[in-house]
Ligand binder design. Structure first.
Ligand code: AMP
Length: 326
């Protein structure tokens, strides 16, 4: 069935003279890599078409990938909009998306909002970039890929799979990544961008390690309040990255970063887990996502502590009924 969907998408791409590509708000490596990669493939393959990549947001950490285009509103009426890595219309980082003539959704989140005229959704994929790699390989006789396009797509596969560590990684993931490497991915530069850290970043990590809290059953959490963000000169996005520092504590199968959003006067929540799912917990707190990586929002410190209490109970129940966790 998905072969048909892919064929339908290619036919749409071939039929339209103007194509706009969008991704989700607060873009990450997968959102940026999949859209930059797709845009590059389409520009190289169809030099006669107008291909726009647009985003109402911008991610500092991914600035090295390059910029976006401004698309005049009147262009949308004749355009095909391809939205990648974005589960719901609420999360599309394009205020004009509904003006597009037709929409194609390409996504790997659990389907909750089939907003496309064509929806290609495969939630077993470790990244949306994996789907773009698959799309390219399916039509490799018709599509052109440059080393730069391959590098963007590889970037998303690497970042969204935790460097090919997360549970969604399959043999197929690695076969697709291998095919991209064969197209000339510059891994040395890519990993330098992803790993090289400024000394201030290391000082922040040191602070975070010192301030991680653990609940009775082992939920690790940190609250990046406004004062901490100010002390380290962090914006919301930079403060949000600390969730990954909580991920490798023995016995801590759920970890959560709370980040004060001073502008919206709420608290962004980033939930992660291993062995047990936290998606239902995220849904309870106005969010959602994947089984083991989800996001939520709480609107007060009381609600933050209620979430921590719920997470602790969940983990306590899991530990008392399961063995073999680490
Ligand atoms: P984050 O911690 O923001 O990286 O989110 C982890 C995963 O959950 C990502 O795949 C997001 O797309 C998804 N996610 C985050 N926030 C929400 C939300 N409010 N509703 C649905 N999915 C979300």
């Amino acid at each position: 069935m998905n072969e048909n969907v892919k064929q339908e998408i290619l036919s749409k791409i071939e039929a339209y003279g103007t194509i706009i590509i969008s991704r989700h708000i607060r873009p990450d490596g997968d959102a940026v890599g999949s859209t930059m990669g797709m845009a590059r493939i389409l520009r190289d393959t169809y030099p006669g078409k107008k291909i726009y990549l647009t985003d109402d947001d911008f991610s500092d950490y991914l600035a090295f990938c390059g910029g976006e285009d401004t698309v005049p509103a009147e262009v949308y009426g004749e355009a095909l909009l391809i939205v990648i890595d974005t589960g719901t219309r609420k999360r599309i980082s394009n205020a004009n998306f509904a003006l597009a003539k037709e929409i194609v959704k390409i996504d790997h989140h659990i389907e909750a909002d089939p907003y496309g005229d064509i929806n290609w959704v495969e939630d077993f994929r470790s990244s949306a970039c994996e789907m773009i790699a698959d799309f390219y390989l399916t039509f490799r006789d018709r599509l052109k890929i440059s080393p730069e396009a391959a590098t963007y797509i590889y970037l998303g596969m690497v970042t969204d799979s935790g460097r090919f560590r997360f549970e969604g990684v399959t043999g197929e993931t690695l076969r697709l990544a291998g095919a991209l490497l064969d197209c000339g991915v510059d891994t040395e530069t890519l990993y330098a961008h992803l790993y090289a850290e400024k000394p201030e970043a290391l000082r922040l990590k040191s602070f975070v390690y010192d301030h991680i809290r653990l609940t009775k059953h082992g939920v690790a959490y940190i609250y990046m309040d406004a004062a901490i963000q100010e002390r380290f000169g962090l914006n919301l996005e930079a403060a949000s990255t600390v969730v990954s520092e909580l991920s490798n504590i023995e016995g801590s199968l759920i970890w959560v970063a709370f980040i004060a959003n001073t502008e919206k006067k709420n608290i962004r929540v980033r939930l992660r887990s291993r062995f047990l799912g936290i998606n239902d917990l995220a849904i309870k707190y106005h969010g959602g996502g994947h089984n083991m990586a989800a996001g939520a929002t709480v609107f007060s410190e009381e609600e933050m502590y209620a979430l921590i209490e719920d997470a602790d109970q969940l983990l306590g129940e899991y530990k008392s009924t399961h063995e073999g966790w680490l």
